[in-house]
Design a protein around this ligand. Structure first.
Ligand code: PGA
Length: 249
């Protein structure tokens, strides 16, 4: 039985004070009887604040990206080693906002993923198609290519220490969620594709869904057999909404 995982992606929001207050409210509301793991990915500069507040808690700290290099002349990048100094356990890689707005290629995403694995951070590899690709029935080609880039670089065994997030780009921040059937179809496809390479890895892999997950649709999505939790953007900025989603996992 796979454990479920719910991760808040705070994106570029808040302030040190707001991040701290949001986390305090989340910690107060989580309680002890939670059946799922929970993580939060604040902006880089809020990591120290949030890490301090998380001491002694089981909530996992994550970053929203990680460098493909260890150190040196890479202006604007933050390495896995630096993130680990702040207690980061997770690192989102390949979010569609990185791929589309900042032009990160699948090769770069795979290199970032490999660095996370090398240093023991758990990468949350985001994959997903844009609306036009879905409408022209290219969803599986696109996510297949995104997946293959990582498999060719880091190998299937690396997925034993990673998480995948299927995030249809047309559902991110749009209020338009994939239906439970649409999401399950893709999650099942991802797992089957990995099972062809290693059935144990595929069986144990957590595949999260992301894209307008809200308190009122989370339970239905999480009830699907191949959906093991969620990567939550907008709704993770409101403690009550995020807590409701965590409790439905
Ligand atoms: P959303 O974002 O929940 O606001 O759609 C999800 C994400 O981008 O990870």
């Amino acid at each position: 039985m796979r454990r479920s995982l719910v991760v808040g992606n705070w994106k570029m929001n808040g302030s040190r004070e707001k991040s701290r207050a949001l986390l305090d409210d989340i910690l107060k509301g989580l309680g002890q009887d939670l059946k799922s793991d929970v993580g939060v990915c604040p902006p880089f500069v809020h990591l120290p604040e949030v890490a301090l507040a998380l001491q002694g808690s089981s909530v996992l700290l994550g970053s929203q990206n990680v460098a493909d290099q260890d150190e040196g002349a890479f202006t604007g990048e933050i390495s896995a080693l630096m993130l680990k100094e702040f207690g980061c356990r997770l690192a989102i890689v390949g979010h569609s906002e990185r791929r589309i707005i900042y032009g990160e290629s699948s090769a770069l995403v795979a290199a970032r993923y490999a660095k996370a694995i090398e240093h023991g951070l758990i990468p949350i590899l985001c994959i997903g198609e844009i609306l036009e690709e879905r409408e022209s029935e290219r969803t599986f080609d696109v996510i297949g290519e995104q997946l293959d880039a990582v498999l060719n670089t880091a190998g299937v065994a690396s997925l034993a220490k990673a998480v995948i997030a299927y995030e249809p780009v047309w559902a991110i921040g749009t209020g338009r969620t994939a239906s439970t059937e649409q999401a399950q179809e893709v999650h099942c496809w991802i797992r089957s594709r990995i099972a062809r390479l290693d059935s144990d890895v595929a069986e144990n892999l957590q595949v999260l869904y992301g894209g307008s997950v809200k308190p009122d649709n989370a339970a239905a999505l999480f009830s699907m057999p191949d959906i093991d939790g969620g990567l939550i953007g907008g709704a993770s900025l409101d403690a009550n909404s995020f807590l409701k989603i965590c409790h439905s996992a």
